[in-house]
Design a protein around this ligand. Structure first.
Ligand code: CP
Length: 320
């Protein structure tokens, strides 16, 4: 792999999942792979899991990891070509990225969308500028529209749970359900989950959300789309809970009807479904305590698996 910004960069998702699971059983098996190599992690936005799991993964490959909270500690960065920089931005990505390419062997970046300008967000202008000017492999730690390390982790967790609990040969029924939230969130986790589940091709996949919360078909094509949560959850094996703001009415939160928070009562029609969430989660808004604190929840296992996903991806980028 030359870069890791979406499932399209991965030659074989199953191979990458297996590689991550091998690292889980033998974390230090490639501890010399990253010797004398340096990973730069740039955060334009907050993070706990992504930041720490990526650092742990790099260390287990023998690689040094330098974290820079560029969003709060760096110069305000300009991404517009030809910008007259007489405003608040102090440094152009054209000047910063080539320097980062000299300091590091692999560059990892987290950015968020504006949720105001759909075309700019969906062009992934920010990470593409770093790819263009850094001249080294670039790894997404979440971008405006996708969160590929999270999605790889989600598939690893599903594979593990299937090996432990699933006796049938049929494809698992996986439901991505919209959940309420107190503010407008990006579509990236939901887009990315849909993209990876569709590319993996091993699931009966349904996405359920209120009217007005349709995601981009670029990512959802192939999934069954529903607006009826009760119906969609029937016989589900896995339920992925996530809030997102509107894609069509970009970044807004249209009014909706009904109670969309997942509860134990709603799991009764499922196949004793396992429940997933990328975290952080708003308890008793997105997901009830009674699920998060129950045997149904995979969220801790899922977050712990972030290390193995990051390790498999960094190893592939180093091998390039
Ligand atoms: N799921 C996730 O990306 O968590 P952080 O925002 O804490 O990195």
């Amino acid at each position: 792999m030359k870069q890791f910004i979406s499932s399209n960069d991965v030659p074989s998702i199953s191979t990458l999942i297996n590689q991550a699971l091998i690292y889980k059983s033998s974390p230090r098996k490639d501890e010399l792979l990253g010797k004398n190599k340096r990973l730069g992690c740039l955060f334009l936005n907050p993070s706990m899991r992504t930041r720490l799991s990526t650092q742990v993964a790099a260390q287990q490959l023998g690689m040094e990891c330098v974290v820079f909270n560029i969003g709060t500690e760096g110069w305000a960065m300009e991404f517009e070509d030809g910008a007259i920089m007489n405003g608040t931005t102090a440094e152009h990505v054209k000047d910063a990225a080539p320097i980062l390419g000299k300091y590091f062997d692999v560059l990892a970046i987290r950015t968020f969308p504006s949720l105001k300008n759909k075309d700019a967000d969906y062009s992934e202008h920010v990470i593409h500028q770093f790819i263009k000017y850094a001249g080294i492999p670039v790894l997404s730690l979440e971008t405006a529209t996708l969160h590929p390390l999270q999605s790889l982790t989600d598939l690893i967790t599903i594979e593990e749970a299937m090996s432990a609990n699933f006796t049938s040969k049929r494809k698992p029924k996986i439901v991505l359900t919209w959940a309420p939230h107190v503010k407008a969130l990006p579509q990236c986790v939901a887009n990315s989950f849909a993209q990876w589940i569709n590319a993996w091709g091993e699931a009966d996949f349904t996405i359920v959300h209120p009217q007005g919360y349709e995601l981009s078909e670029e990512f959802t094509r192939g999934a069954t789309i529903s607006h009826n949560q009760e119906e969609a959850l029937q016989h589900a094996d896995f339920i992925y809970v996530k809030n997102w703001s509107s894609y069509n009415d970009y970044g807004n939160t249209p009014a909706y009807q009904g109670n969309w928070m997942l509860t134990l009562e709603k799991l009764k029609s499922t196949n004793q479904a396992k429940v997933m969430h990328c975290l952080p989660v708003r308890r008793n808004v997105e997901l009830a305590d009674e699920i998060l604190d129950s045997e149904h929840s995979l969220v801790t296992q899922q977050a712990a698996n972030r290390v193995w996903a990051a390790q498999a991806v960094i190893a592939n980028l180093l091998e390039k």
